[in-house]
Design a protein around this ligand. Structure first.
Ligand code: FEO
Length: 165
């Protein structure tokens, strides 16, 4: 096995954290879908898929270094979402937590001079900058526009999509 027991255990836990994020985003997507806000829903469904991809990166890395995959129990997502701003605040808090989890993994990889794990984790360090920044921006927009004008943000999200196309 080309990884320490400690780091392998943490990566298995991180698989669970990423899947937990995926389920939370799925729950938020359903909240918007049920309220006829398809762009918000599409944004969070896409986030949910991305988080599954993140989880799978950990699973494949564990297999690549000959470690055992042991998927942990995953906590149910928060079901009660009071409003749109709360959903983005929850997402931002979650992404900040994930950043701290990735840094903790990187700290161990550095302590153990596990250069392969450091290279693997570097992708997540960069990814988290984008994830946190996206949620900060959207939370800011939602707060400014207000709950009554959510359709304006729907068109903001459409514009974002078109800019990326
Ligand atoms: Fe995989 Fe959004 O953290």
């Amino acid at each position: 096995m080309r990884i320490s027991e400690k780091l392998a255990k943490m990566m298995n836990e991180q698989f669970g954290n990423e899947m937990g994020a995926s389920m939370q985003y799925m729950q938020i997507a359903a909240y918007f879908d049920a309220r006829s806000l398809p762009k918000f829903a599409a944004f969070f469904y896409a986030q949910a898929t991305e988080e599954q991809e993140h989880a799978m990166k950990f699973l494949h890395y564990l297999l690549d270094v000959g470690a055992e995959v042991a998927i942990p129990a995953i906590e149910a997502p928060v079901y009660e979402i009071s409003d749109t701003a709360a959903s983005f605040q929850m997402s931002l808090d979650w992404e900040n937590d994930v950043t701290a989890q990735i840094y903790a993994l990187m700290d161990v990889a550095m302590d153990e001079r596990d250069y392969a794990a450091q290279a693997f984790l570097q992708w997540f360090v960069t990814e988290q900058i984008e994830e946190v920044s996206t949620m900060e921006t959207l939370l800011d927009v939602v707060k400014r526009v207000g709950e009554k004008n959510l359709f304006m943000i729907e068109s903001y999200l459409t514009r974002d999509e078109e800019a990326e196309a």
